[in-house]
Design a protein around this ligand. Structure first.
Ligand code: NAD
Length: 255
């Protein structure tokens, strides 16, 4: 059985320097959380931290490569001692390294699987004991429509599908402790990540967006706030009966 929602709400958001992670951090701050911003370079989180503080909440930026076991342990310890035990964990950090299978190197594979999937194992393993002890917690992991298959993304789609399986198992293991674990799987969202996709395909962002819009029934591309809205739902104390779910936030029922 779960305990009462904690009075102090503290959220960790990985990859919070920019894009979807920055929008999630700000939204969770507006919803009443102090925010730990984890990214490769804490200095890159300064703008997001400023917005969190303008929303009236504490912000702590921590240097952390989320694929590095020791850095993850140290970062979670620092958050717990400086802000308090995390009540929400959002695994948002991610990278792409697209190549067709025959051109994909083991380094391309390892980088993408380590940052998108191993990181989720490492952060969840570090945070779970604290949430179990509090008998309360919310874990939200970012997957992607790419989990369903995308040309040139064997590494990324395997990692993002893995996030779904990991999260469903986590939901089963942690449910009795009042900890939920869910997945948000975005469709096409305009960020630096997708700007990089456009550039490597030799397209402008407008050209790529027009191409993607063919499959987006609501007739617009996604914004980081669209994803933050879904994360906020799963992080809400009132969402305690929702666990092990995958919510595609993609402007339509199919990719
Ligand atoms: P982004 O590239 O704009 O931002 C990613 C952030 O993660 C950056 O701040 C980066 O520094 C950080 N990061 C990268 N590697 C890291 C590491 N090893 N340790 C710590 N931080 C690291 O990407 P985004 O578009 O905002 O994507 C956010 C998440 O949403 C990712 O998991 C991505 O796979 C997923 N996603 C994005 C889209 C999209 O269309 N943008 C679609 C589906 C899923």
């Amino acid at each position: 059985m779960s305990g009462q929602p904690p009075q102090q709400r503290i959220a960790i958001v990985t990859g919070a320097a920019r894009g979807i992670g920055a929008a999630i951090a700000l939204r969770l701050a507006q919803d009443g959380h102090a925010i730990a911003l984890l990214d490769l370079r804490a200095a890159d989180c300064a703008e997001t931290a400023g917005l969190v503080e303008q929303a009236g909440r504490r912000a702590l930026a921590v240097d952390c490569d989320v694929s590095d076991e020791e850095m993850v342990k140290a970062a979670i310890d620092e958050v717990a001692s400086r802000l308090g035990p995390p009540t929400v964990l959002v695994n948002n950090a991610g990278v792409l390294k697209d190549r067709t299978l025959s051109n994909m190197t083991l380094d391309d594979w390892n980088l993408v699987v380590d940052v998108n999937l191993k990181s989720v194992f490492l952060t969840c393993r570090a945070v779970a004991p604290l949430m179990r002890e509090a008998r309360w917690g919310r874990i939200v992991n970012l997957s992607s429509i790419a989990a369903l298959g995308v040309f040139g993304e064997t590494n990324y789609s395997a990692a993002k599908a893995g996030v779904q399986g990991l999260t469903k198992t986590l939901a089963i293991e942690l449910g009795a402790y009042g900890v939920t674990a869910n997945v948000v799987a975005p469709g096409f969202v305009v960020t630096e990540m997708t700007r990089g996709v456009a550039a490597s395909a030799g397209m402008t962002m407008d050209e790529l967006s027009q191409l993607m819009l063919r499959d987006i029934v609501v007739g617009r591309t996604g914004e980081p706030d669209d994803i933050a809205q879904a994360v906020a739902f799963f992080a809400d104390p009132r969402s305690s009966f929702v666990t092990g779910q995958v919510l595609y936030v993609a402007g339509g029922p199919r990719t």
